[in-house]
Design a protein around this ligand. Structure first.
Ligand code: ZN
Length: 183
C-alpha cells in the first residue's frame, strides 16, 4: 500500500512552503483528516493497520480525539473489537467519557494518524490505563518521529517518513522566494 500516494490522491499531502505550528518552515505537511473523510480510503487504512496487530488479542482500539476517532473506528472494525476515543480534559491530559466502557484488565491498541512526538497518543493511553486497561501496542499511519517515538510496547505504522524542517532564519525555500503559507 502506497500511503503517500493515498495522501496525494485525496489532496491531503501539501507540498510548497509552510509555517508549522512549531514556528519552523517545511516543504510539506500532511492533513490526515482530508484523507480519512473518504470511507474507502479510511477502510483500507484500517484494514492495513489491523493486519499489523491481528494476532495480539485485543478488546478495544482507542485514539485521541479528534484526529484519532475515525482511525480507531476503522482499525477496530477490521479487528472486530470496540472503538473508543479519548478527549482533552482541559488540564493537559485526556479522559475517556462515561458511556465508553472499559473493564479492568482489558487489552487495547492505541492509534494515531501521524505520530511525531507521540504526545497525544500517550495521553490517550494514560486515560485508558487509568480505568484499569492495558496498552499492548501503538499503531499509526505514518511515523514521522524519525525513530524517536517509543511507547514501551510494540509500535507499528504503515510507513515512516522524514522530511526536513527549517529554521525561519535559514530556510532555502525563503531564499528561493517561495510564498510562505500558514497552516
Ligand atoms: Zn521558509
Amino acid at each position: 500500500m502506497d500511503v503517500l500516494q493515498m495522501y496525494r490522491e485525496t489532496g491531503a499531502l501539501h507540498e510548497g512552503h509552510f509555517l508549522l505550528r512549531s514556528g519552523r518552515h517545511s516543504p510539506m505537511f500532511m492533513q490526515s483528516v482530508t484523507l480519512m473523510q473518504h470511507p474507502l480510503y479510511a477502510d483500507a487504512i484500517g484494514e492495513a493497520i489491523g493486519r499489523l496487530f491481528e494476532d495480539v488479542g485485543l478488546d478495544f482500539v482507542i485514539g485521541p480525539a479528534m484526529g484519532g476517532v475515525t482511525l480507531a473506528f476503522v482499525v477496530a472494525r477490521a479487528l472486530g473489537v470496540r472503538a473508543l476515543f479519548a478527549e482533552k480534559d482541559g488540564q493537559g491530559g485526556m479522559y475517556v467519557r462515561e458511556g465508553l466502557l472499559i473493564r479492568p484488565g482489558e487489552r487495547f491498541l492505541a492509534v494515531e494518524d501521524v505520530i511525531t512526538t507521540g504526545g497525544s497518543v500517550k495521553r490517550a493511553i494514560e486515560a485508558a490505563e487509568a480505568k484499569g486497561a492495558r496498552c499492548i501496542g501503538v499503531g499509526g499511519i505514518v511515523d514521522r518521529s524519525g525513530g524517536k517515538a517509543g511507547f514501551g510496547v510494540p509500535f507499528k505504522t504503515l510507513t515512516a517518513l522524514e522530511f526536513p524542517t527549517y529554521d525561519p532564519g535559514d530556510c532555502p525555500l525563503c531564499r528561493q522566494g517561495i510564498p510562505l503559507l500558514e497552516i
